[in-house]
Design a protein around this ligand. Structure first.
Ligand code: GTP
Ligand code: MG
Length: 206
């Protein structure tokens, strides 16, 4: 799939104020600084569509981007950023949780994890929570440009062996880099295949 148009629609903290039409959407979630906003820019071929920063805590709202006038990419604030105040952490948690519980248009979440790191408990817990709430998700390994192919293979294998301890079936995964466009086609084709299957069963997504 090729992205022809990508436009920012709305930012807010309230699920009730997210776009009301019934288009399918895909949300990027993960720890602060893992590369959620950068990946949206990479997929859409835009440098500044989603705001990025070298410092964690940049994205603070639910951001909807309309793609090809037919579906949304959703950029969310990161979790696990130690330097945010306790009260804003709670607010984040509240509206992110509300988003995942209430947003009917959410077709799939993508949980982003930095490919360089050991599996982090906070990510594993979040995946567990998604599973318990019946929310489909895939894993996106980010920043693969920082590792050599052998190390990528090793780290992905290690991550999967940790997941195997709690998941009967492993979630789908993608290896990406926003710096060198790794994984772009795979990710867009995957979304495209879901969108096509939705069209067949859910006419309201037309
Ligand atoms: P928050 O909005 O704070 O939760 O962060 P985020 O997950 O949206 O991360 P963001 O896209 O802002 O990127 C964080 C930092 O990582 C920036 O300095 C990016 O340039 C860098 N970064 C993101 N993706 C990649 C990548 O694929 N490769 C490399 N080398 N750096 C990346
Ligand atoms: Mg961000």
């Amino acid at each position: 799939m090729h992205i022809k148009t990508a436009t920012f629609v709305v930012s807010n903290q309230e699920v009730s104020k997210c776009p009301e039409n019934n288009l399918p959407e895909y949300a990027f979630i993960g720890r602060s600084n893992v590369g959620k906003s950068s990946l949206i820019n990479m997929l859409t071929n835009q440098k500044k569509l989603a705001k990025t920063s070298g410092r964690p805590g940049k994205t603070q709202l639910i951001n909807h981007f309309l793609i090809n006038e037919h579906w949304y990419l959703v950029d969310l604030p990161g979790y696990g950023y130690a330097r945010v105040s306790k009260s804003s952490k709670k607010t984040f948690q509240k509206f992110i949780t509300a988003y995942f519980r209430e947003r009917k248009q959410l077709v799939s979440a993508f949980v982003l994890v930095d490919i360089r790191h050991e599996p982090q408990q906070i990510d594993l817990n979040f995946m567990q929570w998604l599973g318990e709430h019946g929310i489909p998700f895939s894993i996106i390994f980010t920043k693969s440009d920082k590792l050599k192919p052998k190390a990528i293979e090793r780290n992905v294998g290690h991550y999967q062996s940790v997941l195997e301890q709690s998941w009967a079936e492993l979630p789908k995964h993608f290896v990406t880099s926003s710096s060198n466009f790794t994984g772009k086609d795979e990710l867009l084709n995957y979304i495209d295949s879901i969108n096509s299957s939705l069209k067949n069963i859910k006419p309201q997504f037309d």
